[in-house]
Structures are given as C-alpha cells and as structure tokens.
Design a protein around this ligand. Sequence first.
Ligand SMILES: [Zn+2]
Length: 413
Amino acid sequence: MSESRLFWSFHFVYNIALKSVLLHLIFLLLVVSLYGNITYNVCMLLGFKTKLKLNNKQRTQLAQHAGVARHAWNWGLGLTKQILDQNQANPEDKIKFPSAIDLHKWLVALVKPENPWYYESSKCAPQFALRQLREAWNRCFKKTAKAPKFKKKGRNDSFTLDGTIKVVDRFKIQVPKIGILRTYERLPQGYKPKNVTISRKADSWFISYKLEVESKPTTKTVARVGVDLGVKTLAYLSTGIVFEGTKAYKGYEKRLSRLQWLNRNKVINSNNWKKAQIKIAKLHAKIANIRKDTLHKLTTYLAKNHGEIVIEDLNVSGLLKNGKLAKAIADMGFYEFRRQLEYKCQLYGSKLIIADRFFPSSKTCSNCGWHNPDLKLSDRWFFCVGCGSFIERDWNASINLSRWSHRQAQACG
Ligand SMILES: [Zn+2]
C-alpha cells in the first residue's frame, strides 16, 4: 500500500519535473529565436561612392549624360512652374499637376524630337531627372524643403542610370549605354546595384550606389571610447591604446623622395626617365595602399569593440592652412577615416558621436578640468597646474573626448 503510494508520488514528481524541463526548453528556444531575429536579421542600405578612372571619350559621354539630365530638369521645372502660376491665377480652372510619368511622356513627345542629341545618351538620364524633380516638388508641397531651382552647367553635375548594371570585376562596373567604367578603389563583390548615380566634383567623376547589407552587431567590450587623431601618431584611444600608423610607410617615403631627387636631372621622356617614373608611380601606390590598410584596421577595431565612439569634428580646411600640419593631415586621410567609421558603425551596431570642433579637448585637464589656453601645438605633454597631472597630450585629449556630451558643449559655448 505504502509502496504503491510511494510509486505514485514518485511518478507524479517525475512528471512535473519532466514537464517543467520541457517548458523551460521551449521558453529558451523562443527567447533564442526572438533574440536571433532581432539582432541578426537587420538589413540595411549602405551608401557606396568611389572615384572613376576615365579616358577622354568616357569623360565626354558622362558630360553629355549630365547635360541631358540637366536640360530635362530645367525644362520640367520651367513647365511645372508655369502650371503653378497658371493655377494660382485661375483657381476655378486648375490644370492637374503632372506626375513624373506625365512629364516624361511630354518630354518624349515634345522635347526629344527638337533636341536630337538626347538620343546619344541613355533614356534613363532624363527620366530620372524628371523623377527627382517631381520628388523635389513633393518635398516642397509638404513644406520640408524649398522649391527646386534651375541647374547650372558645371555645378553639381550628376545623372542616374538604371537597367543592366553589373560589377564585372574588382575594378570594373558595367552601366547601360556607356559600357564598362573603371575605378581606382576595389568594388564590393557579390552585389547587384539597381541604379547608379554618376556625379562630378571639380575635374573628378564619382559613381555611387546602394548596397543591401545584413548588419552584424558585435559584442562590445568597451562602452565608450574617445579617439584623438594625432599628427605624430595616427590615433590615441582613451583606453590607452595607440595606433602608430605612419611608421609603416616612413621608409618608403624616404625612398620616394630619394628617387624623385635622383630623377631631377634626367631628360624628360628618355628611357631612363620613363623607367624612373614607373618606379615612382609604383612606390606611390604602395604607400597609398599601406595607408588605407592601416585606416581600415583602426576603424574596424573601433566599430567592432566599442559601443560609442567619440571623435572630433575636425576643421580640416582650417588646419590645412597651417603648412606644417598640412602634410601630416593629408597623409592620414581624416576624411577617409570618418567615412569608414560611419559605415562600419552602422554595420557593427555601434554609435558614432562627433564632438563639436570648438570643444577644447587638448587644452583641458582630463583629471580635474583645469583649462590651459596657452597649450601650443608643439607641446607633446599636458602638465596641469590644478592637480599636478602629467599626461601625454593626445591621451589627455582622447579621455576628454570620451566624456564629451552635448551638455558640455553648451557649457563651453
Ligand atoms: Zn588637472
């Protein structure tokens, strides 16, 4: 009797335990799958932009396309403005405001036959220009932007193409009508852009498009880090880690200037001169590659391991006026640093914070907050009169940056 009771109670407990284990397992699976969904399946669009390596024929083609896009935009803008004026003058007898498709139909029927040079360019260029014009009007109607303006030749020249676009290999991309375009920078592989925008800045042409990328958030070991970009060292982190950066190619730079010096008396276009030119070009490429590689290592390390990254908003154009600093800054490519950091922070799920350019990161003591307005650029160490701290200048600056917040900016400003 008691044995049987014992058996039943054991059976009962066993059942409960089993069920509870199963329930826990199901709960665990649910949490894991939810967590997985939230953190790992976020698709994002990364903007990619790079310089094109063009021959003269291609330069002409691109300028023609930009010209057609500009002509279509200006024609469409003139027409839509007339319609708006007309509607304002006759509120009872309004004309329907055209859609992008209407505008393109009218362009094909009225404008193209009178301007045969339209046919030399891809039909996408004017089509996209009209679509962008219509979007600009939409923003204006919603009062989020001002009315679109007429475009002038040579100012913000650009056009967009869609259709068969293919990344042919590491340095080649195929676009409709124009054909294969070459780039200086490696193109991301395995992506098929839906459309590309080609734009001009000064004498250079750039291609840009969106990449659909799955973000890969990483576990962060440091919550917040300040980064001071230096002249002597590439970067000083508030965690005490230093990225040297420049050392790697200092040797090559010496060789380069020696080669250039040796080459100074050679007859231009002679065989020896040509040989030396090739050597110089190769050395230039080598230095550029090392530089880029160093920057990539730094920005990947920062974005992967830190929750928040605070950098200074450098007034590079102002700094470049300072002759001595100019070379060091140009060498390290601060613009490139920020560009890389921006997209890597998106990719690895960290936050990039830009401190105000007037924030006195170098001139403030990171220990007590004493301010030294007389600190010179040549002072490599920060000595604090307030608390007696003696700390490397760049490290001090990076610690101050790591503590930067908007409130602080207001207090300083
Ligand atoms: Zn101090």
